[in-house]
Design a protein. Structure first.
Lengths: 214, 467
């Protein structure tokens, strides 16, 4: 339980600046945290083939960068379904319940005990559920929209000022004439030697270790 | 041919001297407004490719000769027996009750047909390519709109001849009523009959056309199966534009005439939208049932896939929610406004004997389908979406029961219907539905199960949801 809690704290620290980060899985000799390895490829078939090998090796935290969209790459990379809809659904239900509770307590429950608003419109009882529905709908939609937008950003690790990959010259060539597969060090299957070997066997032209700044 | 002279600009010559290239004028821009973007020869190639497509072989996109004849005959028989029993019970038990039971069935069927007609026209207007493989089933349902229209004929005749059975404003009972006199310009038997005829003309012409003069949207699609003429698609689209306007006027007015005017004092500006939302939802539900049955019997394999089901399910979900939104909006304003003429409608239905049905409709018509249809699994599953369709069709019947049946015993002190009454409701509804089911099976078996030469078919076969 305690370890799970510190793990979650670390995840929040990885996302929000100024908080203690999670313990690094791998460090270089001078102590900087390893972000992962990247491998460059110069043809589309090579990178698609390599993506299939990386997918089949069971990696989950990795990405492929390309100067242009590659058709059907989501299958070669084994994209999993996003968990975002569940967050949105949960947030919407929370909004609905929040609105119902908010109105019932302030307009009906507190009013019974001598406080609260007790708005009586058209002679309707203060506990009439019909009057609560528009607010329940609106707060449900509002929470769903917030969860969709901000949940998407958080799951993508956004917003952020910089990215460790930007320090690599060969990564920057993905906007020109190279394809890059990058595997992150916090992937459970990541191993500096084995991952490097896998990428080399998959036909990588160069394999490079990426460190995080400071 | 023009020789190009290169002028030196401020930055110096951009083309080396000695260049003596010749440019030809660019080809005229493709005229997407009027002329064909694709030549006839290229389109013929497309049709040949479709004809040789392995998924579009005959045993996949056509029913076998005589398929469904047996079950169709059984349904027709059940329908006729049900209608005979309804007529019998009308004489020995209660005419008003029998007419109400019959109307519940007829309006369920009419809702399916009108919803399907709307969807066919809408999908034509939107040029929605993914629907090419499911559109034929919507067309089959829509082209049968003459069946419920004809079934309404006895209702209209009985109402007018007997001076108001369910439409009590037709009789002398309320003569001199201020509210009725105020609405007499609309609510009079002659106008009622004229409008009933006009609705029939609009719906049947839009769906089936006038023989040899105007083709309807459904007959255009069937004609295309034979001729392969791609311009029929465009004609259907042009017709759908005007058709949607006429549809938007005729359906709410018809719902005012037959349903809302059962209590002539009652009025709701949401009524037309409410009926329309339920109609489109039941059309999608019936289409899902038809497609699921066809797929269970090994037809449309690879033609109507989980991808098409997913999108059909999204539409089903959308119209379930839309119906709930409209139904609540109508209820909410009437509840808050608290005007006697309006509130009476809901007061009668949400208190006393009808209260349980109101609860069942709120749960069954919205809450249960909302949570079941929100997941991908139900929408992409053949059996799942078929069962949801059947469930929602039952809910549409209950919704019409909720609208029509409370108007039977309105006099104070009259006993409830009892078991004979429930049996009468059952035979009336099942009779009409079985009759329509028989007609629908015959219609489905009478041609290909998809528009075989639709210009959008090749794209529809590759349809995919990327999320």
């Amino acid at each position: 339980m305690a370890s799970r809690l510190s793990e979650m704290k670390g995840m929040i620290g990885d996302y929000l600046p100024g908080l203690p980060r999670s313990a690094p899985r791998f460090v270089t000799e001078d102590g900087t945290r390893v972000f992962g390895v990247i491998a460059t490829f110069s043809t589309t078939p090579a990178v698609v083939h390599a993506a299939e090998l990386v997918r089949d090796a069971g990696y989950r935290k990795w990405d492929l960068n390309s100067p242009f969209p590659i058709h059907d790459i989501e299958n070669s990379m084994g994209f999993r379904k996003t968990q975002l809809p569940y967050h949105v659904f949960g947030a919407a239900m929370f909004g609905v319940l929040l609105a119902a509770a908010l109105q019932w307590f302030t307009n009906h429950f507190d009013y019974q005990t001598g406080e609260g608003f007790g708005y009586i419109v058209q002679g309707k009882p203060t506990s009439a559920w019909e009057a609560y529905v528009p607010i329940m709908f609106e707060l449900g939609v509002l929470h769903a929209a917030f969860a969709a937008l901000f949940g998407m950003l958080m799951l993508n690790g956004l917003p952020r000022w910089n990215h460790p990959l930007f320090s690599s010259e060969s990564f920057l060539r993905t906007s020109d004439d190279r394809f890059v597969i990058g595997i992150e060090a916090n992937d459970p299957s990541f191993d500096p030697e084995a991952t490097k070997r896998l990428l080399e066997e998959a036909g990588a032209e160069t394999v490079e270790l990426i460190e995080e700044d400071a | 041919m023009t020789h190009v002279h290169v002028h030196e600009e401020h930055g110096g010559p951009r083309i080396e001297s000695g260049y003596s290239g010749v440019v030809t004028p660019p080809p005229p821009a493709a005229d997407h407004g009027e002329g064909p973007v694709m030549t006839d020869a290229a389109y013929q190639k497309y049709l040949d490719k479709l004809a040789a497509h392995p998924l579009l072989r005959d045993d996949n996109v056509r029913l076998a000769e005589g398929a469904g004849k047996g079950i169709g005959a059984v349904l027709m028989g059940v329908g006729l027996i049900g209608l005979a029993l309804t007529v019998l019970l009308a004489f020995v038990f209660n005419t008003t009750h029998a007419l109400a039971a019959y109307e519940v069935g007829v309006f369920t069927v009419l809702a399916c047909c009108l919803g399907a007609l709307f969807l066919v026209m809408l999908l034509n207007m939107l040029n929605a390519y993914w629907t090419a493989t499911i559109r034929r089933q919507l067309e089959n349902i829509a082209s049968l709109v003459w069946v419920p229209w004809l079934l309404l004929l006895p209702v209209a005749v009985i109402e007018v001849v007997s001076g108001g059975v369910l439409l009590r404003w037709m009789g002398d009972e309320y003569a001199g009523n201020v509210l009725l006199e105020h609405k007499a310009a609309f609510l009079n038997w002659f106008g009622f009959l004229v409008r009933y005829a006009i609705y029939g003309v609009i719906w049947i012409v839009l769906a089936n056309g006038v023989l040899g003069v105007i083709p309807g949207v459904c007959s255009l699609s069937r004609e295309q199966d034979i001729t392969g003429d791609r311009w029929l698609t465009r004609r259907a689209r042009r017709m759908s534009g005007f058709g949607l306007l006429l549809f938007a006027l005729s359906v709410p007015l018809a719902s005012f005439d037959f349903l809302m005017s059962m209590d002539f004092r009652f009025f709701s500006t949401m009524w037309g939208v409410y009926i329309f939302a339920g109609a489109v939802m039941s059309a999608i539900a019936l289409t899902a049932i038809v497609l699921s049955v066809l797929r269970t019997f090994g037809r449309l394999t690879g033609v109507v896939t989980a991808e098409h089901y997913h999108d059909l399910g999204k539409l089903m979900f959308a119209f379930t929610v839309f119906w709930a939104y409209v139904a609540f909006s109508q209820y909410f304003l009437i509840w808050y406004g608290n005007i006697p003429e309006e509130t009476n409608y809901f007061l009668h239905r949400t208190t006393g004997d009808w209260q349980p049905l109101a609860t069942i409709i709120v749960i069954g018509h919205f809450i249960v389908p909302f949570f079941l249809l929100i997941t991908r699994k139900t929408k992409r599953n053949t059996l799942g979406l078929g069962l949801m369709g059947a469930f929602l069709l039952v809910m549409q019947i209950l919704d019409l029961v909720f609208i029509i049946r409370p108007m039977v015993y309105v006099e104070p002190g009259v006993e409830g219907p009892g078991y004979v009454g429930w049996a009468l409701d059952a035979v009336g509804v099942i009779g009409v539905l079985a009759l329509f089911g028989g007609a629908l099976i015959a219609k489905i078996a009478s041609g290909p199960l998809i528009p075989l030469r639709d210009p959008r078919l090749a794209k529809a076969l590759k349809h995919k949801n990327y999320v």
